[in-house]
Design a protein around this ligand. Structure first.
Ligand code: WT7
Length: 654
């Protein structure tokens, strides 16, 4: 990475403003414990029992009954706050309805300009009423509820209602296709689905209930459906199965008891892509997750009572679960929530929102930053963004150029950027700056206190401060650590714990420089990162070969200016089918239908053959090398070398 190396040589370091440092939550925590420096903080927090006990107190966790043990680690399974009785909804909601009844929890804005503000008190009633409705429809502790909703306040309401009665929510991003929804319902065996009639996107209408109905044609575990009326679409309702949200909820009492759970009972399942075509159902549990998300939010983004927090992610991804729903609510924060396209109707929509509501802390993704960079500085400059004090980035490595643009044009060189590295599996930030740490553009700085991450070589030796690329690993359990893959313990053990015993393998490559700063280099496995979202190569390949014209497919990533990675597909046609531009669009649409729009290939090449091993495994790595001009490397297992020459010709011709 020449860009990064150039920067490193320049040793450009950015220091946080002194006032921000002095007033920061982390500084207060350090003062309280007589901790003098960042290094000392990292050192002291190696005592996990001490550190996470303190964190639980600092974020105000209230137990139904106290834990007997802080952490119990039997690789590859962890338990946190063992023996405690707890429910995350108590801290996120029940407690807040007393402490902050009239404080706004969510400031919501729809694409069409509609605005809603919901206080903690109102949120509490709404959650209770829906929780009672879920009970009436037969949902009990341990049941799974699928949620397929766009960015509406009813989405956190639905999640909290499930958690309140001890059911697990399994959210499916509303941009996913009916097929993707169906697979996730079937894997989780959800009994109930919560969805909406439709919603607006880029001025058009998305018919969500219609999509849900398609999924339900082949999802027999679903017994009941709750449909939220968002835009007043006429949708078919199946009498024995479908209920309007407003009808079933209006007759419910406004109180609902919060289920007393074990601290380690599961809270939700969230699916993420892996190296096979089948997504992984990542499981998170109540207490550890609660402490982890709230502590990281409090100390990384420095949230205080009067902040206006805006995390631009969709709640359908982990970022939204942790930092729009649970983290901010546990801290009693006010969050902005926007349902619409970032550049609609004009490229300054987001900056308008920042100005209008006085957003103070703003957390987004490199892909969005790059998009705004391309749209021109004038759209940002038009607005008064002086309310901002801290910025954040997540989803993929942020290139120094985007970092500097964000710093200069959005943060006006006053706001440090928290480049947070984490995953669906980790639940919360793992490698991250703090508001007191000097920043190097493109580096996620160091592990959060109480977390031990490292970079290993192939044999498990640490490459710390050697500035050499290796496997990013986590050496000790952390509170938000996943509790497994839903009904697939073998895959859990194999994916994360097989390579280095008792050490969590993240799947990312990284290096640690001489100052101990982490530089994330991207995924090592066959997973693409498109616009900050993980998509398995094989998932797209299976979608392609499910089309009647395609016999084989290899999908690889290629650097892309805005999205980080573009999806490039190489496909082999079945006999009787002809290559054409029409077929290309058809294939793109087909993948869109199978998985969702974000998975549609940007480029498609028709090739006569794909490189394969003697055992018939497609060698994606070689296809990628041909496409990006990278090193071909070892080809001793390649059975059909001529395929590579033909691929080269096809690429050259287009
Ligand atoms: C993968 C996890 C966690 C929220 C969003 C994505 C990449 C995430 C960073 C960052 C470099 C990053 C990694 C990781 N990633 N944040 N700050 N710098 N890379 O969640 O879909 O579970 O994807 O996103 O490759 O493994 P996810």
């Amino acid at each position: 990475m020449p860009e990064l190396e150039a920067l490193l040589r320049e040793e450009r370091v950015f220091y946080p403003p002194e006032e921000l440092v002095n007033r920061s939550n982390i500084k207060q925590f350090m003062d309280k414990h007589g901790i003098k420096s960042y290094e000392e903080l990292l050192d002291r927090s190696k005592d996990l029992n001490w550190f996470w006990t303190e964190m639980a107190k600092e974020v105000g966790i209230e137990w139904f009954s106290e834990p007997k043990e802080i952490v119990s680690w039997e690789p590859p399974y962890v338990k946190w706050f063992v023996g405690a009785k707890y429910n995350i909804v108590h801290d996120a909601l029940d407690k807040q309805a007393k402490l902050r009844r009239n404080k706004v929890a969510y400031i919501w804005e729809g694409e069409e300009g509609l605005e809603r503000k919901i206080t903690y008190g109102e949120l509490y009633w709404e959650v209770n009423r829906l929780a009672n409705a879920l009970k009436e429809l037969g949902i009990r502790k341990g049941d799974r509820v699928a949620i397929y909703l766009p960015m509406l306040p009813e989405l956190p309401i639905a999640m909290l209602a499930c958690a309140k009665i001890g059911a697990m929510h399994a959210d499916v991003f509303s941009g996913f296709s009916p097929m993707a929804l169906r697979d996730r319902i079937n894997d989780s065996e959800a009994k109930l689905l919560i969805t909406a009639d439709g919603f607006y996107r880029r001025g058009g209408i998305i018919h969500l209930k219609e999509d849900a109905d398609k999924a339900l044609e082949d999802a027999s575990s679903i017994e009941k459906v709750i449909v939220l009326e968002r835009i007043g679409l006429k949708v078919p309702m199946r009498e024995d199965r479908d209920h309007w949200w407003h009808e079933i909820v209006s007759k419910q009492p406004r109180e609902c008891e919060t289920e007393v759970m074990d601290a380690n009972d599961p809270l939700f399942i969230l699916y993420t892509s892996g190296t096979t075509g089948k997504p992984k159902g990542i499981i998170h549990a109540h207490a550890g997750y609660a402490v982890g998300v709230a502590a990281t939010l409090k100390y990384v983004f420095d949230l205080k009572e009067n902040d206006v927090w805006w995390c631009t992610a969709d709640i359908g991804w982990i970022t939204g679960h942790s930092y729009i729903v649970y983290g901010p609510l546990i801290l009693g924060a006010t969050s902005v929530m926007y349902c619409g396209a970032p550049d609609y109707p004009k490229p300054d929509r987001w900056w308008k929102i920042v100005e209008k509501y006085g957003v103070t802390v703003f957390y987004t993704a490199p892909t969005a930053i790059r998009m705004f960079m391309k749209l021109g500085d004038e759209w940002v400059e038009k607005h008064d963004l002086s309310s901002l004090r801290l910025l954040g980035s997540v989803g993929e490595p942020i290139n120094p150029e985007a970092w500097l643009w964000f710093y200069k044009h959005v943060g006006k060189e006053r706001c440090p950027i928290m480049d947070t590295w984490w995953q669906t599996e980790t639940g919360h930030f793992i490698v991250t700056p703090l508001p007191i740490t000097p920043l190097k553009p493109g580096s996620a700085v160091k592990p959060f206190p109480g977390i031990e991450a490292d970079v290993f070589d192939d044999d498990g030796n640490s490459l710390a401060r050697k500035n050499a690329g290796g496997y990013l690993v986590i050496k000790k359990p952390w509170p938000g650590m996943l509790r497994g893959i839903w009904r697939n313990p073998e895959r859990y053990a194999k994916t994360y714990w097989e390579k280095f015993e008792g050490i969590y393998l993240t799947g990312d490559a990284a290096r640690i420089d001489e100052d101990g700063y982490f530089w994330i280099q991207g995924r090592l496995d066959d997973v693409l990162n498109v616009a900050g979202h993980r998509i398995g190569n094989s998932e797209i390949e299976s979608a392609l070969v499910s089309h009647p014209a395609i016999s084989e497919a290899a999908v690889v990533g290629k650097p892309h200016e805005v999205k980080g990675e573009a999806i490039v597909a190489f496909v082999v046609l079945k006999k009787g089918y002809k290559a054409s531009e029409d077929l290309k669009s058809e294939l793109r649409e087909h993948v869109g239908k199978e998985i969702g729009k974000i998975a549609r290939p940007d480029e498609i090449y028709f090739v006569p053959d794909l490189p394969k091993t003697r055992s018939g495994k497609i060698m994606r790595r070689l296809v990628k090398a041909k496409l990006t001009g990278g090193k071909i490397g070892d080809t001793s297992t390649l059975m059909n070398p001529e395929s590579l020459i033909l691929i080269e010709q096809v690429i050259e011709r287009s």
